[in-house]
Design a binder for this molecule. Structure first.
Ligand SMILES: *[C@@H]1O[C@H](CO)[C@@H](O)[C@H](O)[C@H]1NC(C)=O
Ligand SMILES: *[C@H]1O[C@H](CO)[C@@H](O)[C@H](O)[C@H]1NC(C)=O
Length: 449
């Protein structure tokens, strides 16, 4: 009888290892395609096409009029800063429209941006009369000059509110080598705005931060002894402000990417600046903001015929840009109150409906869009492995400068496929509970919203 040779054993071992690895990855894939019960309970049942059509028709004939939900007009001047907003002034644009809707004259509003908005609702009516100053927010002198411009004599004496609403959004990058660009716009830009606001005598500064600050990076590669009966760590998370209170800023690695890391630094700078006569605070829109043809949440799938995704089942709390704007106006009203526990801290805001699965939204698009639309499901674990490979490749020229210009860079959508995306594509739920609490409930009785 001949026994197995060493080579045979090695071969068997190799086959077994590959089989185990495939089984492990299949299990991870299964987990990443799941929805924990805690999350499922929070969300709606799938949306029915007939109901969607009915609601759409109702909204088409009777659009939502939220003017009645706005806090009363203040007799103030307004500066809207919206640097490099890729969604062309999504939140800031709605703030301007709402200020106008509640009767603020256009000459007491000034928009500061790198370029004029292309929003169609800014092409008619009083919005066309709102002042605009082209400004590079990363330049202190430029921001000061834009704030310092003379105002119309009829409003020059009024107190000044500053809304700072935007930042560059590059959600997928997390390595420190590409931190400089978002940092320049986000952090420096915010410091410049605080500096210019103070110099111009503003007494209220309300800044759009991001609920994504709260997100911890997902740990998708579950250890072997936790493979059954557990979800990957941070596969579902609550977007709240617990990270802010009484805690130092977390290290860079504990954010899912550069974007939330810079937002967190900027948010602290804003809240630290709060003092008597210069009240500051932040609004954290839940993940993510939609309401423009250019947004990532709804605009991007609307513009496609085929939506490749591994995240259709993922449940998240979204917020419409108009709702973020409403929150900012309530925030201003809160900061103007004589007692002011709302100042110097962030608040999470989201749409008032339960969190929704991307699949719900895709059903709505399939049902209501005049263009054909289909979802192409991708296996999450394959995408995750590719994301790691793409990140590794794109960091090479930074690690080995000799490779710069030698190895080809990745182009197209693939360059956004980075591991950080898997953290913003986890189940993320938020509520308005804290921002909407009535004033009677004590110190944090806030009702920002
Ligand atoms: C912000 O400043 C106001 C006015 O001085 C103060 O009442 C409030 O307590 C401050 N908030 C924080 C969190 O420091
Ligand atoms: C912001 O920009 C300033 C100036 O360009 C820079 O020093 C700072 O590191 C940047 N940080 C962020 C978060 O933008």
């Amino acid at each position: 009888m001949t026994g197995y040779t060493l080579l045979d054993w090695l071969t068997i071992g190799a086959y077994l290892s590959v089989a185990l690895l495939v089984a492990y990855l299949a299990r991870i894939n299964y987990l990443l395609k799941g929805t924990p019960e805690e999350v499922r309970k929070l969300t709606d049942a799938p949306w029915q096409p007939a109901k969607l059509k009915e609601i759409y028709e109702k909204l088409r004939t009777h659009p939502v009029d939220y003017t009645a939900n706005l806090p009363p007009r203040q007799s103030r001047r307004y500066i809207l800063v919206q640097p490099l907003n890729l969604s062309t002034g999504l939140v800031g644009g709605f703030i301007v429209l709402q200020l106008l809707a509640r009767g603020t004259p256009p000459q007491s509003i000034r928009i500061i941006d790198i370029r004029k908005t292309e929003r169609s609702d800014f092409k008619t009516g009083p919005a066309t009369k709102v002042g605009f100053v082209q400004t590079d927010i990363t330049s202190k002198a430029s921001v000061r000059a834009a704030f310092g411009r003379e105002w119309h004599h009829s409003v020059a004496h009024l107190p000044l509110t500053v809304f700072h609403t935007a930042a560059v959004i590059i959600p997928s990058d997390r390595c420190k080598h590409v931190y400089a660009f978002p940092e320049r716009v986000n952090v420096t830009g915010t410091r410049n705005v605080l500096d210019a606001a103070e110099a111009a005598g503003a007494d209220i500064v309300s800044v759009t931060s991001s609920a994504s600050i709260a997100i911890r990076p997902i740990e998708p590669f579950v250890s072997l002894w936790r493979l059954f009966g557990n979800w990957p760590k941070y596969f579902w998370q609550v977007l709240d402000c617990r990270d802010f209170f009484g805690k130092p800023l977390r290290p860079h690695e504990e954010f899912f990417g550069n974007y939330p890391a810079t937002k967190a630094v900027a948010e602290r700078a804003v809240c630290d600046a709060n003092r008597s006569g210069f009240r500051t605070g932040c609004i954290r829109p839940a993940n993510g903001v939609y309401g423009s043809p250019a947004d990532n949440i709804l605009g991007s799938p609307l513009a496609r015929a085929v939506m490749p995704t591994w995240a259709a089942h993922i449940v998240q709390s979204f917020v419409h840009g108009a709702n973020v704007a409403v929150a900012h106006l309530h925030h201003e009203a809160a900061l103007l109150r004589p007692d002011c526990p709302q100042a110097g801290r962030p608040f999470v805001v989201t749409d008032p409906n339960p969190p929704i699965a991307y699949d719900h939204m895709y059903t709505a698009i399939r049902t209501l869009s005049i263009h054909p639309f289909m979802v192409l499901p991708l296996p999450p674990v394959v995408m995750l492995l590719m994301a790691h490979a793409i990140e590794w490749w794109s960091v090479l020229p930074y690690k080995f400068p000799n490779l710069k210009g030698v190895i080809p860079s990745i182009s197209g959508d693939a360059r956004y496929l980075k591991p950080g995306l898997f953290s913003i594509c986890t189940h993320l739920v938020a509520t308005n509970d804290e921002a909407a609490r009535p004033v009677s409930e004590g110190v944090w009785g806030t009702r920002v919203w």
